[in-house]
Design a protein around this ligand. Structure first.
Ligand code: SF4
Length: 376
């Protein structure tokens, strides 16, 4: 069975004002305990039939943790679940926490893909985002990863940051293209409740960018990246040929995955379940040999069908429909209009959004779900 493994490493030096992830600030003295707990949790899944085809170490800031501890986590995955010889093994790194030596160690440990959390290549934007690193740190991290021999690099960029100038965003995108990573993720900033940005928004101190303004920025970015030879293969992701993120591709196409660590989510045999976001509760559970899982959901057939549609429509390859579903699309006047304006395409039984459709993915997915289910 194909299986993805996500390992969450929650430690960060400080909390970014827009972040809603399961993170722990400081507490460097608990890195060792946490690595041990991750190894135990992986071992508790020894009965899962592997091998694991993709591993993603995300966070948090995994690159802040000593490589020797990261090595222990990977070794547990290898020993208890088995790693496929061609597995994609990725780690998220923050500029400013890595150098050539650290990258060399990560390579020896078996990582073959690095995802650099650049967010921007302009200091002004990084300051607006409350990041600790500078644009020069991004350039240094990128060069160090290349020098250590990594041939599969991804850069994350954050678009539509309130207060950021158009010129700075254009500079970031062009500089990212000039660096020539194999993969780029471009996320529009979303303001999540419970974050400092949400608080500032409620106080009237931060005005989010209008939907139209956001769409224009993403459209411009899309044109630049596609012209530079990147495939826009998922709403927020671009890759050179052969360099799509295999791990994330699994999420969008229904491959089972095991998530271990703080707040990690899993999807196995039609069940979705998730771990506690409380570090003490997580460490106690693992220490006492209990499950850190605090919630689960059995995915009913109707939900599974809808999820398959929504996730598939995030990707350029779309989703394979049944004959009956295709019949409903063919008899819908509304669907004919969506096709005519160029937002969707139906090729045989495969339905997908176009690049123009990606900009309106949520609204279109909602409409397509209704047509596919009810035929209107
Ligand atoms: S470094 Fe990443 S995970 Fe950590 S607080 Fe900032 S955005 Fe969140």
């Amino acid at each position: 069975m194909a299986l993805g493994l996500y390992i969450h490493v929650p430690f960060c030096p400080q909390r970014c004002p827009y972040c809603s992830f399961a993170t722990v600030i400081g507490q460097e003295d608990r890195h060792g305990l946490y690595a041990e707990a991750i190894c135990r949790e992986i071992e508790s899944w020894i009965h899962l039939s592997g091998p694991v085809e993709t591993v993603f170490l995300g966070g948090g800031t995994p690159s802040q943790v000593e490589p020797v501890l990261i090595g222990q986590m990977l070794e547990a995955a290898q020993r208890h679940l088995g790693l496929h010889p061609d597995a994609e093994v990725s780690i998220e790194v923050n500029p400013g926490t890595v150098d050539r030596e650290k990258f060399a160690m990560l390579k020896v440990l078996g990582f073959n893909r690095i995802s650099i959390g650049a967010q921007s290549l302009r200091d002004a934007d990084l300051r607006l985002l409350g990041r600790q690193h500078s644009a020069a740190d991004v350039e240094r991290a990128y060069a160090a990863a290349r020098a250590a021999g990594f041939t599969n690099l991804s850069l994350d960029l954050v678009a539509n940051v309130p207060g950021a100038s158009k010129a700075d965003w254009h500079f970031s995108v062009k500089r990212a293209i000039a660096l020539a990573p194999e993969h780029l993720s471009v996320y529009s900033l979303t303001i999540e409740e419970g974050t400092v940005f949400a608080q500032r928004q409620h106080q009237g101190l931060l005005r989010p960018i209008s939907d139209d303004g956001q769409a224009r920025t993403l459209e411009w970015t899309d044109a630049q990246l596609v012209a530079a030879g990147y495939e826009h293969y998922e709403i927020s992701n671009y890759a050179r040929l052969g360099y799509r993120s295999r791990h994330n591709w699994g999420y969008w196409t229904g491959v089972p995955y095991l998530g271990v660590g703080l707040g990690a989510h899993s999807f196995i045999a039609g069940q979705r379940f998730w771990n506690t976001r409380d570090l003490n509760a997580y460490l106690d559970a693992m220490h006492q040999g209990r499950s850190p899982c605090i919630g689960e959901e059995t995915i009913a057939p109707g939900t599974a069908r809808r999820e398959r549609l929504w996730l598939g429509l995030r990707t350029i390859e779309g989703v394979e429909l049944t004959e009956q579903e295709v019949g409903r699309l063919h008899s819908s006047r509304h669907f004919a209009e969506l096709e005519k304006v160029g937002y969707t395409a139906l090729e045989g039984q495969r339905l997908h959004l176009t690049r123009a459709g990606f900009l309106l993915a949520d609204a279109l997915s909602l409409e397509l779900e209704r047509i596919v289910e009810e035929g209107q």
